[in-house]
Design a protein around this ligand. Structure first.
Ligand code: NAD
Length: 422
């Protein structure tokens, strides 16, 4: 096993932080704040027992981690996956702190999850699991405390059960406790597609800076869940680039002439996977990551772009939809090879941005139309992109380092203003 495979995602995240911190002032209060940010504020591990449909009881392991609330209540998704570990949840919570700071939302970072493959449970079992988990972490969440949202393996139905369980548990119907809810019960228009839409806005802005026509680009996307499929659909509807390869956990498909994305979405709705789609030939995830394309969008899970992949990658732009898809070793190779990386903490911030709009709308009990949502989303994404791009070009650093500089400056300032209790 290589070092990068064995390294925990949290160690990987801290390495990213340390790399960017070198560009910040070296005074004691800055160093103190950076040290503070290397640690999560609190981590809860819970047992989640549920009665299965056959009458047996199974006990799952659940987590909720608050990384830092210096800039506001913590915010972050809930992941249901058999790969969930405390180290992964801590890393994802840390990236949420950085992300909310980069796009300047009044939030901190958190994350949660259960080690479970939800595909192996019935719908009723998933509901019982969600409700019991929510009850187990009820003291750690709340509209002014910590606000969960969907992530890998969770969706708006699961958010509806979390909202309901919290509201019953506290006796107060609380829209602001989770985001990514169905629109009928306080969800926001545009939230479902927001991460993919936000990533498209950032890619558009980058293309404009580089003087490249997005419509002429050949794009490959790893992961065809919420982020990957919505990004593909938005790109298809807006710019009609050639999306030549798409994959999921079961494998991928490739078509040099471009995949018909609406047809693929129909196929996935029927078959549950991109594999077997007739409008392309099968490929592996590794073949997708190294295929001959211009823009590669990882939208699955962490550590997919390893050093080996980075050496073989053909794309000149890596636009991160997933959290933590690129290892620090791969990052160095991409930099040496002159490949532009749109970092996760900027690229996929559209989801938390519309989650923020949902939280604001729920608290106001006044809901916006889709036009307003997308207009405001674009404003947030472009403002953050411009700030990051300016630092990257001005200091001659990667966009990842630049994004960390933007986020860290805001976080350090907040920590200094609040001071250290007691
Ligand atoms: P999802 O569960 O809807 O979809 C995940 C997709 O990735 C599926 O197609 C799955 O088959 C595929 N996948 C999983 N493991 C894989 C592997 N090892 N190799 C190839 N494909 C694999 O999840 P999502 O919400 O789309 O999240 C995807 C990524 O984006 C995650 O890193 C998540 O943290 C990040 N993210 C999600 C949001 C959001 O709003 N949902 C926001 C910001 C970031």
């Amino acid at each position: 096993m290589s070092t990068e495979d064995s390294r925990s995602p949290y160690k990987m995240a801290i390495k990213q932080l340390e790399k960017a911190a070198k560009y910040l002032p070296r005074e004691r209060e800055w160093l103190n704040a950076i040290e503070y940010l290397k640690h999560c504020q609190r981590s809860l591990i819970v047992s989640v027992p549920i009665k299965m449909d056959d009458g047996t009881v199974r006990v799952f392991k659940g987590y909720r981690v608050h990384h830092c609330d210096a800039r506001g209540p913590t915010k972050g998704g809930v992941r249901f996956s058999k790969h969930v570990t405390l180290e992964e949840v801590k890393a994802l919570a840390f990236w949420m702190t950085m992300k909310t700071a980069v796009v300047n939302l009044p939030y901190g970072g958190a994350k949660g999850g259960i080690t479970v493959d939800p595909k192996h449970l019935s719908g009723n079992e998933v509901e019982r699991l969600t409700r019991r988990y929510t009850y187990a972490i009820i003291n750690m969440i709340g509209p002014m405390v910590d606000i969960p949202a969907p992530d890998v393996g969770t969706d708006s139905n699961i958010m509806a059960w979390m909202f309901d369980t919290y509201s019953i548990g506290t006796g107060i119907t609380t829209h602001g406790v989770v985001t990514g809810k169905p629109v009928e019960i306080g969800g926001s228009l545009g939230r479902e597609a927001a991460t993919g839409t936000g990533l498209m806005y950032v890619i558009e802005a980058l293309m404009e800076k580089l003087g490249i026509n997005l419509s002429n680009q050949r794009i490959a996307i790893q992961g065809f869940g919420n982020v990957g499929s919505n990004c593909a659909l938005q790109l298809h509807e807006t710019h009609k680039p050639k999306i030549i390869a798409v994959s999921d956990i079961n494998g991928g498909i490739i078509n040099e002439n471009g995949i018909n994305i609406p047809d693929l979405v129909e196929h996935v709705n029927r078959a549950g996977t991109v594999v077997g789609f007739e409008g392309g030939i099968n490929c592996t995830n590794e073949e997708l990551l190294t295929c001959d394309c211009d823009i590669l969008i990882p939208a699955a899970v962490e550590k997919q772009v390893t050093a080996e992949i980075a050496k073989e990658m053909k794309a000149s732009i890596l636009a991160e939809g997933a959290n933590g898809p690129t290892t620090p070793e791969a990052d160095e190779i991409l930099k040496e090879r002159g490949i532009t990386v749109v970092p996760d903490i900027l690229g996929n911030a559209g989801g938390v941005t519309v989650s923020y709009f949902e939280w604001v709308q729920g608290r106001d009990a006044y809901f916006w139309d889709l036009e307003r949502i997308n207009k405001e989303l674009k404003k947030v994404m472009i403002t953050a992109f411009d700030e990051v791009y300016k630092i990257a070009t001005g200091k001659n650093v990667t966009m990842r380092v630049a994004a960390y500089i933007v986020g860290l400056k805001r976080l350090v300032k907040a920590l200094m203003l609040r001071g250290l209790f007691p």
